[in-house]
Design a protein around this ligand. Structure first.
Ligand code: FES
Ligand code: FES
Length: 173
């Protein structure tokens, strides 16, 4: 299969990668670039686990062709700093249990909070309506996002910060 070189910005870094015409953004992120924070759930647009931001808008990585991202800006869960209030709020509200939906939820929340500084709970529910969670019942997730907008999240202390993400080595050739 022919590989097509593309350049895109990923988490602020200009990145070159060769992709197949049929490869999805999710596949390129996880299997070519080793950015495995973005989860592969249903792989058909149903679960939202693969949500990333494309030019600031939440998109499903499993339904987005990598080729269509050439010259554009992709933001993944790896871009979120360890001390980000959204992470602390998810922690404080028990908004993550098994954690499989969490990267997609976080990126959907980031997209919403970039547009609406203080989203209503209805607005939050609408934003995350495409992100499925089988563990939490959604209430803690809605409250966690609302608390960031309301500015009621206490900053995390150093000992409470999550560990840095591990490195998974160089991208596949
Ligand atoms: S993996 Fe993309 S929507 Fe489920
Ligand atoms: S925390 Fe398990 S699916 Fe959401």
């Amino acid at each position: 299969m022919t590989l097509i070189p593309i350049t895109l910005t990923i988490n602020g870094d200009l990145t070159q990668v060769a992709v197949h015409a049929s490869q999805t953004l999710l596949e390129v992120l996880r299997y070519e670039l080793r950015l495995i924070g973005t989860k592969q759930g249903c792989d058909k647009g149903d679960c939202g686990a693969c949500t990333v931001l494309l030019d600031g808008e939440p998109v499903l990585g499993c339904l987005t062709l990598a080729l269509s991202c050439a010259g554009r800006s992709v933001t993944t869960v790896e871009s979120i700093p360890r001390a980000d209030p959204l992470l602390e709020s998810f922690d404080c509200h028990g908004a993550g249990q098994c954690g499989f939906c969490t990267p997609g939820m976080l990126m959907t929340a980031k997209g919403l909070l970039a547009k609406e500084k203080k989203p209503s709970r209805d607005s939050i529910r609408a934003a995350i309506s495409g992100n499925l969670c089988r563990c939490t019942g959604y209430g803690p997730i809605v409250e966690a996002i609302a608390a960031v907008g309301e500015g009621t999240v206490q900053p995390a202390t150093e000992e409470k910060l999550p560990p840095p993400l591990p490195s998974y080595g160089a991208p596949r050739k």
